[in-house]
Design a protein around this ligand. Structure first.
Ligand SMILES: Nc1ncnc2c1ncn2[C@@H]1O[C@H](COP(=O)(O)OP(=O)(O)OP(=O)(O)O)[C@@H](O)[C@H]1O
Ligand SMILES: [Mg+2]
Length: 648
């Protein structure tokens, strides 16, 4: 299957409910592993076909169709097919596929609009055409034009009142009532006065809708295909090669009920919309003997995760301890009562072992995950992303590559020493100091905030469960209470508007506060945009698998951040003091957060602090050989296939 065919068919669980006039559901059929396809029947009507692998059932989309999309992120949606009094409840669908499917459905249905010819019951009975089902074609320019015409027509008919959304949308009642959409609709109402502009706006919006916002590079797509083929995949790559970006895409491409997205740290887990690996596992630090760990994992709530998990995703694997990994593997086999590695769970693991290692306490000996006894039997495929996406400057990318390998040539030293005089400050936005020690971070931020004149403004978060503030704190990138003053240095912790540069990691300064309402801060960002920052919501899975949420400003004080907390981030302007570096990989993590050399100022640089762990270097050297071997094998097979094809 490819392209449109992929968009037009989803695998999910479908419940078909036939409604009685009172709205109750007297008849219900649940198909756990269904294929749901959008197509056209012999009368060219739009049809949804539900199949359980045997006799497919078809539902023509005639008249009003109501679509509820609030829980698409969880792989759920429902469709009410008006005249047929049928409701289809979709669940456990990979969220990205569901999003694309509903988008296609919405456009095709809206394009058909009022012009769709209705086939009378009599004509249907008398018709001698054989029953057919053709999968729907991809969205064409003509569909987009039809939708725009329909919308313009509907707005014209509705004689819009200022600020009020047009109510009649022809026969395409395809809307879930979301506030955001209501806002868009009211904006559309004003376009009625300028139909040409409205038309252009409409087609631009639709074309944006059709082209997924998350586009993968070729190498990222290859990893995704390996994951979707069911293999246990470890993919690595230097900082900024889009590992976490790809992981998000992977999470969206797998069925949500059986997919668990985790990471070694709370902040990294939040980036991929998941939970920490420790919270998922439920075996504490994992240092207890195996039978005790198994007992812990048998607790209600925890056991359920282990049983329902089919795909386990782990980001920032470099910080997961090897012995902990072995414990998880053994616990998985015991709880799931299966002897296959990890009890048969598909593993999707990513990270860069040349970044931060597992945290060690005292003299405790720590192992990397690739040194775990079970690592080799758990991983089927190793892959590497090579295109750096965070930085674009070739010389900076090559400098970082050298540092990553623990080397520091004279040229690299010269380039880094030169940054000590960089004036990375602009428009009152100071550089963020990356610190090796957490205590320095808190002290610096508190002290600098106190030193500022002006009134302090406090913002308390609204948490879904006030009893679980600690659990939320561990995963959410923003604090329960945020205090700000004019002049406070801040960093954005969420992508608000990528096209305007309001991205996670964007640096700014608070310029003032609104005088009304919640007194929201207005922030001037390095990208040149000044914006009032509103409350945002973070949703993530808590330790017991339930969803937790926090509503808070997407801001963090940014005079200083710890290098540990910065792992996984991209930062606009940074100042780094490397004199107290104590781990291999720490200098590399710090330096690789910067997007370019101009945005970086390195203080007290000493080439001796640049270190890479020798075991990790050895691991990567073996891995490189394996990858080269795989690539040449692949080329040989391809060449052979071509030969066979020519000679046949
Ligand atoms: N296919 C893509 N299209 C557009 N932007 C991308 C793509 N892949 C990655 N990026 C961007 O590149 C930057 C770095 O990506 P990401 O944080 O996923 O890298 P990473 O490999 O996880 O880095 P680290 O090792 O530091 O955690 C991000 O700003 C991300 O949005
Ligand atoms: Mg990452």
């Amino acid at each position: 299957m490819q392209g449109a065919e992929l968009d037009a068919r989803i695998r999910c669980s479908v419940t078909v409910e036939r409604l009685c006039p009172s709205g109750q559901a007297p008849k219900r059929r649940v198909i756990r592993d269904a294929s749901l396809a959008l197509g056209r029947n012999e009368f060219r009507e739009l049809v949804l076909q539900v199949s359980d692998g045997r006799a497919p059932q078809s539902f023509a989309l005639r008249g009003e169709v109501r679509l509820f999309t609030r829980f698409v992120r969880d792989g759920k949606s429902s469709l009410q097919l008006g005249p047929a009094r049928v409701q289809l409840l979709i669940a456990n669908c990979p969220p990205d596929s569901l999003r694309r499917f509903l988008r296609l459905l919405r456009i095709k249905h809206e394009a058909a609009g009022k012009g769709a010819k209705t086939v009378t019951e009599r004509a249907r009975l008398l018709c001698s055409l054989p029953r057919t089902f053709d999968t729907i074609s991809p969205v064409q320019a003509r569909d987009v034009q039809q939708v725009c015409d329909q919308r313009a027509h509907a707005s014209g008919e509705a004689t819009p009142v200022k600020g009020q959304a047009p109510r009649d949308r022809g026969n395409s009642g395809l809307w879930s009532k979301s506030r955001k959409r209501a806002r868009t609709e009211s904006a559309e109402a004003s376009d009625v006065r300028d139909p040409q502009a409205a038309d252009m706006k409409c087609s631009k919006k639709l074309s944006l809708l059709m082209h997924s916002r998350m586009r993968l590079s070729q190498e990222q797509s290859i990893v995704l295909s390996a994951v979707l083929s069911g293999k246990n995949v470890f993919f690595t790559g230097s900082a900024g090669t889009g590992k976490s970006y790809l992981l998000k895409k992977i999470v969206g491409s797998l069925p949500p009920k059986s997919t668990y997205a985790t990471a070694s740290t709370g902040v990294a887990a939040c980036h991929v919309g998941g939970t920490t690996l420790h919270a998922f596992a439920g075996i504490g630090s994992g240092k207890a003997p195996l039978d005790q760990c198994i007992e812990l994992a048998q607790r209600t709530g925890v056991r359920q995760h282990w049983l329902s998990c089919q795909h386990l995703i782990i980001d920032e694997i470099s910080m997961v301890e090897g012995k902990f990994f072995d414990k998880l593997e053994a616990v998985a086999r015991a709880i799931r009562k299966r002897d296959d590695p990890f009890g048969g769970i598909q593993l999707i693991i990513c990270g860069d072992f040349l970044q931060l290692p597992p945290v060690s306490k005292g003299n405790e000996e720590t192992k990397f995950c690739f040194q775990a006894e079970s690592w080799r039997k758990c991983i089927h495929v190793n892959m590497e992303l090579t295109e750096v996406r965070r930085q674009t400057e070739k010389s900076f990318i090559s400098l970082l590559r050298t540092i990553r390998l623990g080397r520091c040539t004279d040229e690299v030293t010269r380039q880094l020493l030169q940054t000590a005089t960089n004036r990375v400050e602009r428009d009152g936005i100071l550089a963020t100091r990356l610190c090796t020690h957490k205590d320095d971070v808190e002290l610096t931020n508190e002290r600098r905030l106190q030193q500022l004149p002006g009134e302090m403004h406090s913002y308390e978060a609204v948490d879904s469960d006030p009893m679980l503030v600690k659990a939320i704190d561990a995963q959410c990138p923003v604090s329960h209470c945020i205090q700000l003053k004019p002049g406070a240095q801040v960093i954005l912790t969420k992508n608000l508007d990528v096209s305007r540069g309001l991205v996670n990691g964007a640096r700014g300064v608070v310029v003032e506060f609104e005088t009304e309402g919640k007194g929201l801060p207005r922030v001037r960002f390095l990208c040149g945009v000044t914006e009032v920052i509103r409350l945002e919501r973070w949703v993530f899975k808590g330790p017991s698998g339930i969803y937790l949420s926090r509503q808070q400003l997407p801001l963090k004080l940014a005079w200083a951040i710890s290098i540990h907390k910065s792992q996984g981030m991209s930062l606009d302007c940074v100042e780094i003091s490397l004199s107290r570096v104590f781990e291999s990989g720490q200098a590399y993590v710090a330096l690789s957060r910067a997007r370019n050399l101009e945005g970086l100022r390195v203080l007290d640089f000493d080439p001796n602090i640049v270190r890479a762990n020798p075991y990790v270097l050895q691991f990567y050297s073996h891995l490189q050989k394996e990858l080269l071997f795989q690539a040449s094998l692949h080329r040989c097979t391809e060449a052979e296939e071509k030969e066979n094809w020519k000679s046949s």
